[in-house]
Design a binder for this molecule. Structure first.
Ligand SMILES: [Zn+2]
Length: 281
């Protein structure tokens, strides 16, 4: 099965280097929800719980909430690391739109196109499925690439898929993910997806195209450049972060866009039925 996934993907790899895409009408409760520079986080009330793990420091202990499925998986992963003699700490889980806005206003505006700070509304942390962690050996150094070479970072990179997590922003994949290498940022996708992503060694964006190509709306690269990207035109974004999907027929060959040009929708690639999950109906 993984072989055929790779086959499907290879025919598609080139498209990735020059095309961005959006996933219209995502189910906000889906563990495979895609949030990136073109795909906005849904602003729906989330059920959030605080995982029973140690925060980096007590004063940020309210910053580590996650969705219940992700929180339970995180607890298991942290416990497993501890059994292997490694101590992990949680730094940042769920972030609200307004928290992300404060971070972006402080840091994000100065940064270059490939950055580590998402625009408010476009942070994966807003899904409740992401966590930034630190390990005992780099504690106090903040979120730094040194985590990748630390025993804890190496352990997480090797084992996180067993608990349903992926390293969401791998090294040298910024041209796909839109973000610099973030060895500290894990994303819960569920064990089936994490197992496949690990075996295929692909980014989450690539995986989504493989699994759900027929629902992808491709963007021409020029659409992605600049402060106002396509997603701003597809979604109406209000200051409080609430959004509403504009009506658009995503299955008919084109996708309407406010404000002028139109992004091309390519008819989806054919995937074997065995690759379609229950969530794909
Ligand atoms: Zn993060």
């Amino acid at each position: 099965m993984l072989q055929s996934l790779v086959g499907v993907f290879l025919g598609f790899a080139m498209a990735f280097q020059s095309w961005g895409f959006i996933m219209p009408h995502q189910n906000p409760m889906d563990t495979l929800i895609l949030v990136n520079k073109q795909n906005k986080a849904p602003s729906v009330p989330l059920m959030l719980v605080k995982p029973n793990v140690d925060p980096v420091e007590e004063k940020i202990s309210e910053n580590i909430y996650m969705r219940p499925d992700a929180a339970a998986a995180l607890e298991k992963m942290f416990e497993a690391a501890e059994k292997d003699g490694l101590k992990l700490y949680a730094r940042s889980g769920y972030r609200s739109y307004s928290t992300q806005k404060a971070i972006y206003d402080r840091k994000g505006r100065q940064e270059s196109a490939i950055t580590s700070v998402a625009k408010p509304g476009y942070s994966e942390h807003q899904t409740g499925l992401a966590m930034d962690f630190e390990g005992a050996s780099t504690l106090g150094m903040g979120l730094t690439e040194a985590i990748a070479d630390s025993p804890e970072g190496i352990w997480v990179a090797e084992h996180c898929w067993e608990y349903g997590f992926i390293i969401r922003y791998p090294k040298d994949k910024g041209y796909i993910t839109g973000y610099i290498y973030e060895p500290w940022h894990v994303r819960y996708v569920g064990v089936q997806a994490s197992t496949e992503i690990n075996a295929l060694d692909v980014t989450f964006e690539e995986y989504i195209v493989m699994k759900r190509g027929e629902r992808v709306v491709y963007l021409e690269q020029e659409e992605m450049i600049g402060e106002e990207n396509f997603a701003d035109n597809v979604f109406s974004v209000s200051d409080d972060g609430s959004d509403a999907v504009q009506s658009g027929d995503t299955g008919s060959g084109s996708y309407g866009k406010r404000g002028g040009s139109t992004a091309v929708y390519r008819e989806g690639m054919e995937l074997p039925d065995s690759l379609r999950t229950a969530q794909d109906k």
